[in-house]
Design a protein around this ligand. Sequence first.
Ligand SMILES: *[C@@H]1O[C@H](CO)[C@@H](O)[C@H](O)[C@H]1NC(C)=O
Ligand SMILES: *[C@@H]1O[C@H](CO)[C@@H](O)[C@H](O)[C@H]1NC(C)=O
Ligand SMILES: *[C@@H]1O[C@H](CO)[C@@H](O)[C@H](O)[C@H]1NC(C)=O
Length: 417
Amino acid sequence: MKLSFTGVLTALASLDLVKRVAAAGWPNGPLVTSGRYVLDTTGTNITYAGTNWPGAADVMIPEGLQYQSIQTIVSKIKSLGMNAIRLTFAIQMIDEIYANGGKDVTLQRAFVQALGQANGTRVLNQVLAKNPGFSASTTRVEVFDAVAAECFKQQIYVHLDNHISKGMWCCGTGDGNSWWGDTYFSSANWTRGLAYMAEHAKSWPAFTSIGLRNEPREPTSNAQLSRSTYNWQTWYTYMKQGAAAVHAANPDTLIFLSGMNYDTTLTPVVRGTALTPGSGKFSLDDFPGYANKLVLELHNYENSASNCNSLQSNLRNNGFEAMSASAVNKFPVMLTEFGFQMDASEWKKVYATCLASFVAKEKAGWFIWVVAGSYYIRSGIQDYDEGWGLFNRDWSAWRSPSYINGALLTMVKDTLK
Ligand SMILES: *[C@@H]1O[C@H](CO)[C@@H](O)[C@H](O)[C@H]1NC(C)=O
Ligand SMILES: *[C@@H]1O[C@H](CO)[C@@H](O)[C@H](O)[C@H]1NC(C)=O
Ligand SMILES: *[C@@H]1O[C@H](CO)[C@@H](O)[C@H](O)[C@H]1NC(C)=O
């Protein structure tokens, strides 16, 4: 084709357009917020309906890989209609990279360190048999990479979650990971680890957001720390630090803020009241250039609820009212953890049915706890059977098919429609 000068200019202009459109395929990021909504670059409202996939316990790699391939697990999540995973990681994973001169820990070492020589070797071999793309010298972060790559193939958003500092089962007030300054919870290691993962995840096209810290809670094993710092004022100091570290490392990612008391409340943030004991208030001006990147997350485990109205009113008061037109500070809010025993009856009770109707009505995103049918190790017990897991122990089938077919598929559909 012969082009005139203007033709060349037009061709160049449209080439630029083509490049931009091509670069803008799914997930059409970066995502931004607008009031209570999350929007992609096409202006479409996005929310998450997905599951937690833990990778923050002792081995510090995503669970289940001794039983199924990553491809199989992601395909099963996709078959539920879900569009996102909350992938948890421990700060210790990044601390060990720094302590090791920048080199990540191999799967061989990770499994043996956490499960002992005999079981560690056996489970490693099972992982390699199910996931032949890996070898004993594959590293932990490379496993996270493989999960993220498969999620991209299947169009599942990856939300990273800093779940804990020391890799172990979470969470208790006395576990040393509860609050900034607790035994294992160094704020410097935390911001360094957040920045590392946010920067690293630039290479994952499916990556769209990161949670700064799972379930901040009272450090009950340290009375002095608790008395002097377990409050909203300190919470805000650290949330600003964490958000700034993430934004500097990766300006494209959404940043999720979680509240006090195991991330069950964010009321003063939403209402714009004093962050006590000081008189300062939450202000978007404290997040210069990335005020449109902040999302709130809450957890709910009021499993014995007997009255749906009061459960929903708790959710609103605790922070979901940020999605209402009258909120002082409007944000998207997501229920990033809730869960219950995967049996034939629990899903029919008030807690599960009420949360399902709430998120659908509010168009609030959510992640159920948990996909894992079992953990490599939890609280010292190896191959721990997880009664709340969507999968059964060997991740081969749904633990409660009646829940999947009777409620979960509909909950996903109603959230995303
Ligand atoms: C989508 O987001 C816009 C704000 O950008 C809002 O006005 C609209 O009501 C939202 N639509 C739905 C279906 O939630
Ligand atoms: C090693 O694995 C076996 C089989 O899962 C289990 O019975 C045993 O308790 C494990 N050993 C340790 C030290 O946990
Ligand atoms: C912080 O990371 C360093 C390695 O860089 C490690 O030696 C130290 O124990 C970590 N601090 C805590 C409190 O875990």
